[in-house]
Write a protein that binds this ligand. Sequence first.
Ligand SMILES: [Zn+2]
Length: 431
Amino acid sequence: MRNRRALACVAGAFISGLGFAQPLAQPNQALIIRAARVLDVRSGVYINGAAVYVVGERVKAVGTAADVIRGAPTATMVIDLGDATLLPGLIDCHTHLMARTADDPNGYALNLLTKSQAYRALEGAANARVTIEAGFTTVRDVESEGSMYADVALRDAINAGLVEGPRMRVATRGIAALGQYYPFGISPDLTDFPTGAQMVSGPEEARRAVREQIGHGADLIKVYADWRYPTLTIAEMQVIVEEAHKAKRKVAAHATTPEGIRNAVLAGVDSIEHGHGADRADLELMKSRGVYLVPTLSGIDASVAKSPNNWTSAKAQAFLETMRQSVVMAKALGVKIADGSDPASAAGHGRNAKELEAMTRRGLTPLEAVRAATSSAADLMDWSDDIGAVEAGKYADLIAVQGDPIADITILQHVKFVMKGGRVVKNELAH
Ligand SMILES: [Zn+2]
């Protein structure tokens, strides 16, 4: 054991030192990670005195250190994280890595007006790096906000090891009803002014948009079922769902109004994004159809914390209470919930774990919040074979924190160690 510990110091420095020069895990490199405990997210139980045996990109075994080490005679190094808690890499199901929008009423239009697509892509790379350093090893990126297919490029560049970032599933442009999404208020004379989502009117335009987006690399389709009022029709969304499902892609629907949510669910979408105004009938319908809720609460919390005076009106207070109730009711009815923080600014990226805290403030237990960001998120993404738990056969996507996140969920806002696919991305625990 002494030899292995001595090796660990060297190994830790070696791996983090290499970083970008050698971003992909060595094929069949075998290593052991030790930590005081590892969380089994399914049972909610800690394995104490734990170790994880990693070969190449994947976990080979997890258990008590004695058992794992005995079964891993070929491991060439040990990373000893000391008194740390290991968890699966976290998953954010609602990001906008391509958006780094200024805190300005015209921020969205300014992005479109002043930034080249090349610059937007580089912003995306910066956002991707802070996201994985925050412990989020996978994201479901739900719309590129006017940067066209740059999210496909970023996903592929990360996979090729050119830039640092989480595993990405991307929605590309998103689909909205003509004139019913950003940017608003542009002169009608500027007929070629770029838009956020791809604007459609009528089922055939909707069908064409899905085919185009899948052709250009979309892993899922994002639709805007409403924008303060219902926008796309059920018929338009049905066509979108039909085309997407045919190609084995899921459909995520932005919807905040009771009617918009109902329309989207009746059209057959797979998840409701935000759902802040969901009523009981909506949630019962979602439950009966197995539709996920991705409640995106932390952005609202940040806004309230930043400008509390903007949220004192009866209308604002009613909105906050309805939003809280939607999550409380969803949990009570057994609606499936996945984590999504909706970051789209420099301040938002990398603070993804605030969403877990926000969910616990609406009645989820810390363990339920962790599941929303691991096993449930993987299920929503149809990716449970590879991610969402620390288990033999899955990718070695691991994070470590100091302390007990099941006792204090905010600990996940201070991730000290990140491994993605068997490669150390960050290690502040090396000793
Ligand atoms: Zn969003």
